[in-house]
Ligand binder design. Structure first.
Ligand code: C5P
Length: 227
């Protein structure tokens, strides 16, 4: 087992609204790891598609994805797309509606995965998003799969959107999440699934802090056990 501070990779998977972004960000702060938000990268690429009025499978979009530069700052809170801060734009309902269609295109995934693996090779990280434990970092030191009921996940996403002053109903968010789950689980390329060796955590009745403490305890106990 690798020690935190040498080079450690923690990968977290799970469906929309399972809490993985918030959990991963807090663990990154607690353990001093770089936070890699993989969904934000697919969302940034979706911004390119919307702005260019490009179909998800169009060669023009693929070319733009290959040529673009995506960078995280402020421990994952800020995402720069070709040096422009698109952190707010990637969370809009328009992006929510399109992102699963863009993320299912193999050529686009291939480019984004290469970028993620490069970031992962640079130091200790906690990375979250669908396929992180299965495709991007199959040899991660720690793998977790977070899940929660659809209603609970919709409530969490609604609260997040309301904080950003986005007007939307719970029913609409729930429908959007159900639709996105379906697309993510049934797509041909890298469908959402738990890796065989991932620790599965149902977060429906747990607070963010409880989930964070569980993961930190698992990682730190393994570290102590390895000494
Ligand atoms: O995690 P988040 O909800 O921001 O992800 C947005 C979308 O990006 C997901 O619904 C999924 O379609 C796609 N995604 C993906 N693979 C990842 C992360 C996100 O396909 N590793």
């Amino acid at each position: 087992m690798k020690k935190i501070g040498s080079q450690v990779t923690i990968a977290i998977d799970g469906p929309a609204g399972s809490g993985k972004s918030t959990v991963a960000r807090r663990i990154a702060e607690k353990l001093g790891l770089l936070y890699l938000d993989s969904g934000a990268m697919y969302r940034a690429v979706t911004v390119l598609a919307i702005r260019g009025k490009l179909a998800a499978d169009s060669p023009e979009l693929f070319e733009q994805v290959k040529a673009c530069h995506i960078e995280f700052q402020d421990n994952g809170k800020t995402i720069l797309l070709n040096a422009e801060d698109v952190s707010r734009q990637i969370r809009t309902p328009a992006v929510n509606r399109r992102v699963a269609d863009v993320a299912k295109i193999p050529e686009i995934r291939h480019e984004i995965v290469k970028h993620q693996q490069r970031i992962g090779g640079e130091g200790s990280i906690i990375a979250e998003g669908r396929d992180l434990t299965t495709i991007v970092f199959p040899n991660a030191d720690f793998k977790f799969y977070l899940d929660a009921s659809v209603t609970e996940r919709a409530k969490r996403r609604l609260a997040e959107l309301q904080r950003q002053n986005v007007e939307i109903t719970l029913a609409a968010v729930e429908a959007e999440i159900t639709d996105r789950d379906e697309k993510d689980k049934t797509r041909a390329h890298s469908p959402l699934r738990a890796a065989d060796d991932a620790i599965i955590l149902d977060t429906t009745d747990k607070t963010i802090n409880e989930v964070v403490d569980l993961i930190v305890a698992t990682v730190c106990n393994a570290e102590i056990g390895s000494k």
